[in-house]
Design a protein around this ligand. Sequence first.
Ligand code: F0G
Length: 482
Amino acid sequence: MANVKFYAGESFPLEMHKVRIIQKLNLVSVEDRLKAIKEAGNNTFLLQNRDVFMDMLTDSGVNAMSDRQLASMMEADDSYAGSETFCRLENSVKNFFGTKYFLPAHQGRACESILSKIFVKDGSVVPMNYHFTTAKAHITINGGKVEEIIIDEGLKIKSSHPFKGNIDIGKLNAVIKNYGASNVAYVRMEAGTNLVGGQPFSLENLEETSKVCRAAKIPLVLDASLLADNLYFNKLREEACKNMTLAQITRRFADASDIIYFSARKLGFGRGGGICTNSEEYFLKIREMIPLYEGFLTYGGMSVREMEAIAVGLSETLDEDMISQGPIFIDYMVRELDRKGVPVITPAGGLGCHVDAKAFLDHIPQSQYPAGALGSAYFIASGIRGMERGTLSEQRDENGAETFSNMELLRLALPRRVFTLSQVNYAIDRMLWLYENRKLVEGLRFVEEPKILRFFFGRLDPVSDWQNKLVAKFRADFGDSL
Ligand code: F0G
């Protein structure tokens, strides 16, 4: 990692890249922001980008590409079958993970769908450090259930544990004993544990998990979508990794896993996905599904241009300057908010800054979706869209009762190399203002609630006219400012 000290003492994130293509942004007035969020049913997924100033919804498919990635897209070899582009991607993936087989898919959830169809049956259980929305939905659709076996520290908002995404080996052994190894479809380990604040696991923990799985003959599946962030933390925080290269750490991850899948909308900074393994048996099973659901074996639903970009993006993931930019910016944002009393998940993880809506809006019950309300209020205050990662992102149980999530988070993703430090400072400033005025914010209720993955397109109303009061306070405090 670039070691740059500052003469004036205090240090701040320094970009190790320069910006050569820009996109103009639009910051509309607070009144227009209110109108936009109302039209979006208070669901930030339903906002139009033209009304959004900083899009912090996700880092999926929106990270900035490098000049080398863009250049590679011009060389794409367009062919349904056997393209040179696919050979380049296949080589790049095999070189990255060191695995024998690679199968392409159109994005991460397609891999989840295929793996669930193959391994999950009625009554199966899939233990994992923590669920991800689409991973869980595919497992349950196929008759299985998820058991979360993350270490207790992983569910604490404030912590100094360096690897909050670790699996609790005791809980893993207990689940295997309880259900019987033959009912465990696979164990899923998610790099950069998404829903609990982008928290990493240690190499040591993955290798211990792998030992237990291999002894019980249960496949270990690594979700490597957020591997770049995880690698950064292994290198930074894990003694055993300090003298290893990123390539060496990645190989150890791959060696410990039986199947690896990833969303290339995150890993590799493109748009696509894929599954890797060393096992011929798994490869043959998975291969059957690719032409059926994704596309031919040499594109799997991806465009050749994206495949070229991913091939280059994966090799760039082994560059410490490239993978450190996100975590360093996130760390800055988390520290600044934490220092000023705003409740955020600590230590800073990958993906983005996660604001604890349960503490921020402790007057709103979980049944009124505090994280959703915070997302709506923050958009009104700033024109920034985040993503609700709380009860709204859960699904109701089989009796229709709410499943209250462990954490109520507003996730402010930091797409890599996209925002400048002054934009991050703006995001911090508006969050501080909202924190001062938090008592004005009230809850939301559904007016349209889809059955599956409801957070994507459900619509909600505020429980009162609190949003108008928030706009009036903004005007009183900021005058004619945008
Ligand atoms: N696994 C993880 C850890 C993810 O973060 C995602 C996507 C997926 C799988 C699914 O991949 O989107 O390519 O189908 N996360 C996005 C997000 C949607 O915004 O966090 P996908």
